[in-house]
Write a protein that binds this ligand. Structure first.
Ligand SMILES: Cc1cc2nc3c(=O)[nH]c(=O)nc-3n(C[C@H](O)[C@H](O)[C@H](O)COP(=O)(O)O)c2cc1C
Length: 389
């Protein structure tokens, strides 16, 4: 055994190392380290990423977006949305050694919403996290499943008002949120606001949103509050917990790991990016009307800015009031489904690639393993990368 192997083995047997951050309890699920790896669609928070995060004590979260295509391609046979969600959970759980796995399900992917919820529950999911719209119907769907009592239901909200509306509606079913993720304007992917002025308004800063949300969460049952959007370091996590949160959700840091589904160009852009390379796409922007943060030099976005991509949408995952506007025009919107599918090489129509990141992506200067990242985020001394790669 080399000395590095020996070091790595020792690392495996140091339970006291995790003591600095308190565990996160969500309904029946205990997450040893209060770090949720946020769901990242399409095909970025893969079963490999989520499984490894869970193995390291965090909550690994899959994304249900386009799982029918992703799992069918991976397994070489056709899966529908429900079976694909179940399979992805099983595959992640196998890596995780049975530790908790979550599924992120976007309300905006209207046509597959119910199947994604039920399929995840079939597969043994522990936590469902749902946003990109108000997840008003989530408990009604989940309660029709025999595992309903075992699965935690967690909405993503970006204001106290949104959480209050969700709780009022959910209370009619007898089920309240088991936790809430409060996502601020620095997050990757879609953010809750429609205009740059709203996204930059100090009253919408994560800290302000949390202050709004704490009393609402308390009023409806004192469930855990999880902060998301721009959280980067161990110190950021400590600050969030000191400020009153029970955990954090992080996306961009996990995107920049060996285990994520991001391709080599995506990871290279992450490492090279400066603050000027990251932009909130609004005109043209996402067809669902919310701002969407991109790496400016994503080939698909560059093409969209020049209006060189003809209007077309043949995928239909992300719908706005039942249809995708980018099917008919390219002035205000671009077809996000095609750009994101191209980024994971699941688009056979010569579409260019579209890359989304959080505002703090420019801080990333190298790609690391999930194990090293989880170690760093818990505030442990730096470890030798080669010990476990
Ligand atoms: C590449 C990428 C894709 C994302 N996709 C989704 C998604 O499909 N659904 C969702 O609810 N959130 C999505 N998010 C948001 C994350 O789950 C997380 O809340 C957010 O990234 C936290 O901010 P951070 O990136 O600054 O850590 C995505 C984030 C990134 C970076």
């Amino acid at each position: 055994m080399s000395s590095l192997d020996h070091f790595s083995q020792n690392l495996n047997h140091q339970p006291s190392l995790g003591a600095s951050l308190p565990p996160l309890k969500i309904r029946k699920t205990t997450v040893e380290v209060p770090i949720i790896q946020g769901g990242m669609g399409i095909g970025l928070s893969t079963y490999t990423l989520a499984g490894n995060v869970a193995k390291e004590g965090g909550l690994g979260v899959l994304s249900s977006a386009a799982l029918d295509r992703i799992v069918s391609a991976r397994k070489g046979k056709k899966f529908n949305a429900r079976d694909a969600a179940a399979q992805d959970v099983r595959d992640a759980k196998e890596i995780a050694g049975g530790k908790p796995i979550g599924m992120n399900i976007m309300v905006a992917v209207i046509n597959q919403y119910g199947d994604s919820v039920l399929g995840s529950m079939d597969g043994g999911v522990d936590v469902i996290i749902s946003g990109a719209g108000l997840p008003l119907a989530l408990p009604e769907i989940a309660l029709s499943h025999p595992r309903a009592d075992d699965v935690a239901l967690v909405p993503i909200a970006s204001s106290g008002r949104a959480l209050d509306i969700i709780c009022r509606r959910w209370s009619r079913t007898g089920r309240l949120p088991d936790a809430v993720v409060v996502e601020g304007p620095l997050a990757g992917g879609h953010i809750a606001w429609k205009t740059l002025a709203e996204a930059e308004d100090p009253k919408n800063k994560l800290e302000s949103l949390l202050e709004e949300v704490y009393p609402i969460a308390k009023k409806w049952g004192n469930f855990p509050v999880i902060a998301a959007g721009g959280i980067y370091s161990h110190q950021d996590i400590l600050n969030s917990i000191d400020g009153g949160c029970q955990g954090v959700q992080m996306g961009t840091r996990f995107l920049a790991t060996f285990e994520s589904g991001a391709n080599d160009e995506y990871k290279q852009f992450l490492v090279e990016s400066t603050p000027e390379d990251i932009e909130l796409a609004s005109g043209p922007g996402s067809p669902c009307g919310m701002l969407f943060r991109v790496i400016k030099k994503s080939p698909f976005y560059q093409q969209a800015l020049l209006r060189e991509r003809a209007p077309k949408c043949d995928k239909g995952y992300l719908l706005n009031k039942g249809f995708c506007p980018s099917k008919y025009e390219n002035e205000k919107t671009f077809c996000i489904c095609n750009g994101l599918l191209a980024s994971i090489d699941l688009n056979n129509q010569n579409e260019k690639r579209l890359y989304t990141v959080g505002e703090n992506a420019y801080k990333i200067n190298r790609i690391m393993s999930v194990r090293e990242l989880m170690h760093e985020l818990q505030g442990f001394p730096a470890i030798e990368v080669k010990a476990y790669v």
